[in-house]
Design a protein around this ligand. Structure first.
Ligand code: BTN
Length: 248
């Protein structure tokens, strides 16, 4: 019996963005555990204001309404915890080279197969988090626009062809399991697991912060899911709380 993710499912044929749809509907934001998923998205949104292309071959676009049962200090970890749940679901498919890239991209052999956009709503004092998951299941990277093709992959390219509904159920089971463990006080253990599942630790990266671009090596996660990096040529650790890193 799920407690946090996937208690009710709402299917839409077409929508601008499943995240935008949920965020614009306070009645849906009140439904903890709701999942909205769609066959088509006309304006799918990615992190950092980018577009998200769903492709036309049965990929997954779903938004989870989560009302986490976590102390405030840990809320910033939610995005990592959802990513860990998705990673754990995909790892049951026997994929080679699966990893998490901070904060919550899921990669196969360093190409992105799944992106997650976590947003919060200020509406009516709600504490709901909308976790939008875009998973490339079918086809290959040629089904995506040229500008993103080189960075993406699909499950089918790696020999796995689950249906969208099977994948959704699998993701919900694993995300729910991670959120249950988090609510039972196991966040530190889950963050250790995240580190063990990530290709980011020890990696040389480029990132931007405060208008400057830096090269650094990732040292690990801080206690609340922020990233600790060692800048090139420096011994001290710097914290990165948001944004993204580029693998070098
Ligand atoms: C990223 O940039 O990596 C995040 C991509 C998130 C895409 C999903 S698809 C379902 C949900 N609706 C959206 O508009 N975006 C998210």
């Amino acid at each position: 019996m799920r407690r946090f993710a996937g208690l009710h499912l709402l299917h839409l044929e077409s929508v601008d963005s499943t995240n935008s749809y949920v965020l614009s509907r306070p009645d849906l934001l009140l439904k903890a555990g709701l999942v909205v998923y769609a066959d088509h998205q006309t304006s799918g949104r990615g992190r950092m204001g980018r577009r998200w292309f769903l492709g036309s071959r049965g990929n997954l676009a779903a938004s989870l309404v989560i009302q986490p049962d976590l102390p405030k200090d840990y809320l910033s970890c939610m995005t990592l915890l959802v990513g860990l749940g998705v990673y754990e679901a995909l790892s049951t498919l026997g994929l080679e080279g699966l990893s998490i890239k901070w904060p919550n991209d899921i990669l196969i052999a360093d190409k992105k197969v799944c992106g997650i956009l976590c947003e919060t709503s200020g509406a009516a004092g709600l504490q709901a988090i909308v976790a939008g998951i875009g998973l490339n299941i079918r086809g290959d990277r040629d089904d995506f626009p040229p500008e993103v093709r080189g960075r993406l992959t699909t499950l089918e390219s790696h020999g796995v062809r689950p249906s969208r509904k099977e994948m959704l159920e699998l993701l919900l089971d694993h995300v729910d399991r991670v959120l249950c463990l988090a609510s039972e006080g196991h966040v530190d253990m889950l963050l250790d697991k995240w580190e063990g599942s990530s290709s980011s630790i020890g990696r040389r990266v480029r990132f931007s912060q405060d208008g400057n671009t830096h090269v650094a090596t990732i040292a690990g996660l801080g206690p609340h899911g922020d990233l600790r990096v060692r800048l090139a040529g420096s011994a001290s650790l710097v914290t990165v709380v948001s944004g993204e890193v580029e693998y070098l």
